[in-house]
Design a protein around this ligand. Structure first.
Ligand SMILES: [Zn+2]
Length: 183
């Protein structure tokens, strides 16, 4: 059994997460009031996986930002306007609003999420007029999450984090740029 304060205190790198997951260690996240074990529901494990990835993404992004010196550039008005637009885009996605831009891809979270358990892409598909997401490798069997539910789950997890502007920008950029457009 491992007891820790918060998710981001838990893992120095993703390998630790995989090792603990494979060992079936019971994990107590005190501040988050969460216990993760082999008996946890798949949705709880899924959200824990997302939090691990977000914590990693956050620290990766911070070191990137420092290297690029983007904090100085952020004082320029034009950059700030762009950030405000991206921030709004992220908020809209979190509020579950669909993309309205003409020609925008149909899935709000397509190409954005990675399975917290196996690391594969989480891919979207349409069923009877609704968008559903699942692990590409189906490591949780036939587990699908409807887009509206996914947006709610993400919003619930993101709100208490009080994202920094840099992190919000990163999330917004990932939501806005289609996988095809990425380098
Ligand atoms: Zn998976």
């Amino acid at each position: 059994m491992v007891i820790t304060e918060k998710t981001d205190r838990m893992y120095r790198n993703l390998r630790d997460y995989v090792v603990l997951d494979e060992l079936g260690v019971e994990l107590h996240l005190v501040k988050e009031g969460v216990v993760i074990s082999e008996h946890s529901k798949s949705a709880e494990k899924f959200m824990h996986g997302i939090k691990v990835l977000m914590a990693k993404n956050y620290s990766d992004n911070l070191s990137e930002e420092v290297k690029k010196g983007l904090y100085q550039k952020a004082s320029e008005g034009r950059t700030r306007d762009h950030h405000a637009e991206l921030w709004q885009c992220a908020q809209d996605r979190l509020d579950g609003k669909p993309m309205t831009r003409p020609g925008a891809r149909q899935f709000a979270f397509g190409g954005v999420l990675t399975c917290g358990l196996c690391g594969s892409a989480v891919t979207p598909e349409h069923h009877k007029g609704h968008a559903y997401y699942r692990c590409f490798r189906r490591c949780q069997g036939q587990g699908y999450v409807r887009e509206e539910r996914l947006a709610t789950m993400l919003a619930e997890q993101l709100r208490p984090l009080k994202m920094s502007e840099a992190h919000a920008r990163l999330v917004a950029e990932k939501l806005k740029v289609s996988p095809r457009d990425r380098r």
